[in-house]
Design a binder for this molecule. Structure first.
Ligand code: FSX
Ligand code: SF4
Ligand code: F3S
Length: 372
């Protein structure tokens, strides 16, 4: 239950089995070994865990809805109830003045200690008049609450990057949280809607480690947004082989070929959708035949026409792979990699082995080593 117990319908417990399963998935999403599940459990159960205050501005509420409609109801319960959600405009029974009183009571009581979650963009044009709640402008509410929070988690494409309403001509001046709150730690968890496991993992990370996870240049947690869709896409073999769906419903589309020619933005979009997927039943846009629209990528999702073809970038190796620019004795890794490419995938390991070796060793074209 939340501290005030006013979130209806979310108070039934989660079985221990479900609870541990969710924490294990969250640990895997964060790239943590299974041994960390106990730490996550302790953080969630701690009576000292910080309250969470969840604000809504310009949006479709799809982020919260997708949580509530998750095929695993325990997931919504874990995020919305057990992680101590103390104010959520969509879910709480309180309304009007009562709701406002709760909000200001909470932020004053827990100043500097609570996490503020924001859903939706903030209109900044014409003094912010285009989104008002109880006569108060969104930008003022965000300033009141955000400035007292220990950290802000911007959930969804709207709160992260402005959303569909920020596309030109952006009549309301819709902006992401970071554009408004420049001096606060802001974590962006984009997606339209974002994957509930990424929301869970981000909140759990902050609760457990009491710090912000490592972020990329768009303030997204690297554990969830560190790789391109294209790099893990199950249709990638078709891309490499030049087999493309040209029209929805054509033979290539029915065969599950690559959706690049239909405007897939997977080659420039960073997110874990191919591996995490949605709704616990393995669905995600590309999996069900729709090109990725880039809903986690600034200036891509909604900004580029669906049929627009992006330019594929160079392949980027995962961060945990060794660097490919380090010279290793007489044979450079680049040389080994080139040789590997020429003689087949089995030798690809040579490049990896090579970078782990101390200097003054040579690596032959089969990856065997000898001291020089
Ligand atoms: Fe935006 Fe979320 Fe898309 Fe909708 O709240 S990210 S329009 S799913 O609802 O903010
Ligand atoms: Fe997958 Fe899209 Fe890349 Fe094709 S272009 S391999 S569908 S991510
Ligand atoms: Fe969004 Fe593309 Fe994933 S459209 S949900 S980032 S596959």
């Amino acid at each position: 239950m939340s501290r005030y117990g006013y979130l209806p319908g979310l108070s039934e417990g989660i079985s221990r089995r479900e609870f541990i399963k969710l924490l294990t998935i969250a640990a895997a999403t964060m790239g943590l070994p299974v041994g960390f599940v106990k730490k996550l459990e302790a953080a969630v159960k701690s009576p000292m865990r910080p309250p969470v205050i969840w604000l809504h501005f310009q949006e479709c509420t799809g982020c919260t809805e997708s949580l509530l409609r998750a095929s695993n109801p325990a997931l919504a319960k874990l995020i919305l109830d057990i992680i101590s959600l103390d104010y959520h405009e969509t879910l709480m029974a309180a309304a009007g003045k009562q709701a406002e009183d709760v909000l200001y009571h909470m932020i004053n009581k827990y100043e500097g200690k609570f996490i503020c979650v924001v859903e939706g963009s903030i209109p900044t044009k014409d003094n912010g008049i285009y989104c008002q709640i109880g006569g108060k402008k969104a930008i003022d509410i965000l300033n009141d609450v955000g400035n007292k929070a220990s950290a802000i988690v911007a959930i969804g494409y709207c709160a992260s990057f402005g959303g569909v309403q920020s596309v030109d001509p952006n009549p309301t001046g819709a902006s992401g949280v970071l554009q408004v709150m420049k001096d606060k730690p802001v974590i962006n968890v984009p997606g339209c809607p974002p994957n509930p496991y990424n929301i869970l993992a981000t909140l759990l990370y902050v609760l457990t480690f009491k710090k912000i996870p490592e972020l990329d240049k768009y303030n997204r947690p690297k554990f969830a947004y560190g790789r391109r869709i294209h790099d893990h896409c199950p249709r990638r073999a078709h891309f490499d082989a030049g087999r493309f769906a040209k029209e929805f419903g054509d033979e290539g589309h029915r065969q599950g070929w690559c959706l690049y020619q239909l405007g897939c933005k997977g080659p420039v979009t960073y997110a874990n959708c191919p591996t995490t997927q949605f709704n616990d039943v393995g669905v995600w846009p590309i999996g069900i035949g729709h090109p990725c629209i880039g809903c986690t990528q600034p200036k891509v999702g909604f900004f580029l026409p669906v049929k627009f073809k992006v330019k594929p970038q160079e392949a980027v190796p995962p961060e945990q792979f060794p660097p490919i620019t380090v010279k290793q004795g007489k044979v450079t890794v680049a040389g080994v990699a080139a040789a590997s490419a020429a003689v087949g995938a089995a030798l690809g390991a040579a490049g990896v082995i090579a970078t782990r070796l101390p200097d003054k060793r040579e690596v032959d074209h089969e990856g065997k080593t000898k001291e020089s």
